[in-house]
Write a protein that binds this ligand. Structure first.
Ligand SMILES: C[S@@+](CC[C@H](N)C(=O)[O-])C[C@H]1O[C@@H](n2cnc3c(N)ncnc32)[C@H](O)[C@@H]1O
Length: 304
């Protein structure tokens, strides 16, 4: 009886001794298993660390090897044509061999244009003279011309310095949506604001028809065409679309048509347009290509 009672009293304690640690062990095991399954691993979705993620399908041997290749805009430009052939080549290919300024203005537009109407933004900044004096350019490509303020300023600078420079003005001459809110008295004819004609008129009035050539197309197609024709520039100025994507593509295409030793530069490094889109595009391009960005007034400058 005593033994029975003793055994009865003993039995629960012995069981507890065995079961309790086992339960703890199982609990511990479960905790680890759940934790392991819910933890991020190399095979789960990548975690985004910034707004832009760059994926490398195969790891590059060095960052510089692969990334610029991924951003390639076209395979190659044609062999460069000599600077002295640039003007005639463009006239031949774009204007059937004659100057677009010939017999300008046409009768239907003449009465709508002002003798001169020039308006720009930072168009007379010191950067233009600084770069023209340093580079002595034979060919300048301006991407974004509007009424010609900066192009006319550069034309005057090169004349004063006795340079034989051609300034190629790439612009679709459409401005931007609603730009008439700020330029109320530009005439509109059937939805066309005559920006191209007023620019042409300014060039004629200021006697710069021999040094300025308009290329009235979108920046993408125009810069690609210049590259394919082998028209390279000593200076390329970027001042068209100010959102990140526009600036990014213009910078990439502009850089491809730079002569060795040429300089790429542009306006509005500091504007808040598209959350500093120009600046982000410039800085990213410089980083990807191992180039340095300098600031000159409101402009950014990147040596090739
Ligand atoms: C800020 S204005 C240029 C101002 C000029 N550089 C100056 O200082 O007097 C921008 C110009 O870029 C042109 N533009 C914008 N996006 C363009 C594109 N994708 N292709 C061609 N021209 C474009 C507009 O028509 C406009 O005339």
């Amino acid at each position: 009886m005593k033994t029975e009672l003793y055994q009865k009293r003993l039995t629960p304690t012995a069981t507890t001794r065995i079961v309790k640690p086992a339960a703890y062990f199982i609990l511990l095991l479960l905790t680890y298993t759940v934790g392991y399954l819910s933890a991020p691993s190399s095979t789960s979705q990548p975690q985004l660390t910034s707004a832009v993620t760059v994926t490398n399908p195969s790891p590059p041997s060095s960052p510089g090897d692969q990334i610029p290749g991924s951003f390639r805009v076209t395979t190659s430009c044609a062999d460069p044509i000599p600077s002295e052939l640039v003007r005639q080549t463009l006239l031949d290919r774009l204007f059937n061999g004659s100057s677009p300024f010939q017999d300008f203005p046409p009768e239907h537009a003449a009465k709508l244009l002002r003798p001169t109407r020039v308006k720009g933004w930072g168009s007379n900044g010191a950067v233009f003279e600084n770069l023209i004096r340093r580079v002595n350019p034979r060919t300048i490509v301006e991407v974004g011309t509007f009424l010609g303020a900066s192009a006319l300023h550069m034309a005057e600078l090169t004349r004063k310095l006795g340079l034989q420079t051609q300034i190629i003005c790439v612009d679709d001459f459409r401005g931007w949506p609603m730009f008439l809110d700020r330029f109320k008295n530009l005439p509109m004819v059937n939805g066309d604001v005559l920006l191209f004609y007023q620019f042409m008129q300014n060039v004629v009035s200021l006697n710069k028809t021999g040094s300025i050539i308009p290329v009235p197309f979108s920046s993408g197609s125009a810069l690609t065409m210049l590259c394919q024709m082998g028209v390279l520039a000593d200076l390329v100025e970027i001042d068209a679309g100010h959102d990140f994507l526009s600036a990014w593509t213009d910078i990439n295409r502009g850089h491809r048509i730079l002569r060795p030793g040429g300089v790429l530069f542009g306006h509005d490094y500091f504007t808040a347009a598209d959350n500093r889109g120009v600046r982000r595009a410039v800085d990213l391009f410089a980083r990807v290509n191992g180039l340095k960005v300098r600031v000159d007034g409101q402009h950014w400058v990147m040596d090739s």
